[in-house]
Ligand binder design. Sequence first.
Ligand code: 5GP
Ligand code: MN
Length: 335
Amino acid sequence: MQALEHLYPLLQTPRKIVITMHQKPDGDAMGAALAMFHFLKSLGHQVTVVSPSNWAKFLNWMPGCKEVLDYELYTEKCKELINNAELLFCLDFNSMHRTKKLETVLLEAKCVKALIDHHEEPVEEHFEYGASDILKSSTCEMVYDFIVQSPYRDYLNLDMAACIYTGIMTDTGSFRFAITSAETHKAVAHLKALGLEHSIIHEKIYDNFLENRLRFIGNALLHHLQVLYEYNTALMAIGKKDIMKFDIQTGDTEGLVNYLLTIQDIKFGALLIDRVEERKWSFRSKGNFDVNEFARLHFEGGGHKNAAGGRSSESIELNIQKFKEVLKLYEADLA
Ligand code: 5GP
Ligand code: MN
């Protein structure tokens, strides 16, 4: 994989470009894809964003979101676009399996592939060009760098700014996580100077849910929270019944895992959700406990040191049993 700056000359002539991101794109994945979409379109390229799956409704306000193609809904059209593309940008993931059903289409695509991502352990051989930096707050911050370090930095506009801000804000937990750097704040200062209205974005992302989602959270905290004080760990598992009862949709469970870490002295929070096709884990930690390693070793997952995810095809009950068994190995680390 060559450094991403070597890709700039490819942008001198109009090209067919596809941008994609991890399945169930979050604010950072969608923000990065759409910021790049606006940037490349303003340079005169023919650009399409293909999402491997659907996404949370609270992202629909983002400029360009209505033009994003969901691979699960427009499979043939997406395949054709990817097979005809000259250049493919892969944003906010670093291994093709994170795109689930899109994986083989991406692996078989003959075009030039470029990576921009901040997760651990990139599969570099999948990409001709790339930037991969685990010290970056978000992929959106890296897309910002890509734009302002290019010969086309003056193309940065308010649509791109709104998309970039969304990803930085969501991936840094509104600028509170340790990964938030001086560079992150400088990037945001630049976006503000362009005219970005940041408080509107906070409202659109965080104050834009239906009543049922709040009641679902209340119910989950009351009935499904287990605090394992001997391991400074909080665990929550939510089955299909509750998902159906509260009509929970993609995105409604985002942020729920963070409540677990608000308990005094709790260092490790783990949330398990029954997603019908699989059981999906979200792991969060405070301090040195490495949830990326935990997810990789025990739950087919990965991510970052303090925020990671995993999956399993076993039942909720077996997952909880396994989690509690595995936790014993980490007693000293969590003390
Ligand atoms: P979340 O818990 O919000 O779904 O994910 C937390 C972080 O871990 C995100 O950066 C996400 O991209 C990453 N992540 C979530 N699930 C997986 C997974 O199954 N595999 C890998 N490698 N990373 C994941
Ligand atoms: Mn991210």
